[in-house]
Design a protein around this ligand. Structure first.
Ligand SMILES: C[S@@+](CC[C@H](N)C(=O)[O-])C[C@H]1O[C@@H](n2cnc3c(N)ncnc32)[C@H](O)[C@@H]1O
Length: 265
């Protein structure tokens, strides 16, 4: 329901190749780049994706819902060349980069550290070592990340159910504030004196709950000073139109960035 059979067979071959490289320990930077681009091209709403018209890649719909979308739009997946799409996207991602920037990014990546810990306990990060954290937590239970990413999980051999059990989903503002308070204590531990945290949230429950009202007390309780709340009015995109949401009607209409500092600065 997502792919032409020939496209699907190309995707499965690529998945197997990448899996084999990873399991042999021979996966290199080029393999990782291809994995990243392919993961991002799996499903989408234009001919730049492997799939027939569907929701954007971070919101893979279920096979049943895709059958319904196909019926409603009278569409059938046509052949998409996986290799050509990966090359085209690669060129567009690199087009504005100078050779100096590419080598600077390469150097930065050698010092970069990736972890997949719970944000409430990231033991790899030493205390007082971070000058700036830019982050955005799940907004209560608005998005079910493991469900929306099932196809990306499949492609990368990741068990979405297992990941789902580790993702924070809070039904109530109280539960959410409790979890975020733990996260703020960890942020306080890792932040250097004079360092900053930019914590992005939205309004949820049809704008009746503004999450910064929970974030500010949680940050203060951990010891941070709150410097500002930036409010960004959101104009809706293609995705929200798919959901049938008009501008400033339902969903997240504004997002807010709460800025904290550790110490007086
Ligand atoms: C609003 S999104 C932010 C996405 C982020 N800006 C990005 O570009 O990847 C919230 C993210 O928090 C992750 N998440 C959920 N629970 C978490 C936890 N306990 N610790 C760390 N991250 C978590 C979700 O998987 C999701 O990717």
């Amino acid at each position: 329901m997502f792919y032409h059979p020939r496209t699907e067979s190309e995707i499965v071959s690529l998945k197997k190749y990448l899996q084999q490289r990873a399991s042999e320990g021979s996966e290199d930077d080029i393999d990782r780049w291809i994995r990243m681009v392919a993961t991002n091209r799996l499903t989408g709403h234009s001919s730049g994706f492997f799939s027939v018209y569907t929701l954007p890649p971070n919101q893979a719909t279920s096979p049943e819902d895709q059958k319904r979308i196909n019926e409603k739009r009278g569409q059938k997946p046509e052949y998409r060349n996986v290799r050509d799409i990966i090359l085209k996207k690669t060129r567009s991602l690199r087009k504005d980069l100078t050779p100096e920037q590419i080598s600077a990014l390469g150097a930065a990546s050698r010092r970069a550290q990736f972890t997949c810990r719970d944000a409430g306990k990231v033991q790899e990060i030493p205390s007082c070592s971070v000058r700036l954290t830019v982050t955005s937590p799940p907004f209560l239970d608005v998005v079910e990340y493991s469900k929306d990413n099932w196809l990306r999980g499949w492609f990368n051999g990741i068990d979405a159910k297992l990941i789902g059990s580790k993702i924070t989903m809070s039904r109530t503002a109280e539960q959410w504030t409790g979890t975020m308070t733990k996260v703020f204590h960890e942020l306080f531990r890792v932040t250097a004196d004079g360092g900053y945290v930019a914590f992005e949230v939205g309004e949820v429950r049809k704008a009746t709950l503004k999450l910064e009202d929970c974030v500010v007390p949680a940050g203060l309780a951990a010891g941070f000073h709150c410097l500002a709340i930036m409010v960004n009015e959101q104009r809706f995109t293609k995705t929200s139109n798919i959901w049938g949401v008009g501008n400033n009607a339902l969903g997240t209409n504004t997002n807010r960035i709460v800025i904290f500092r550790k110490g007086r600065g």
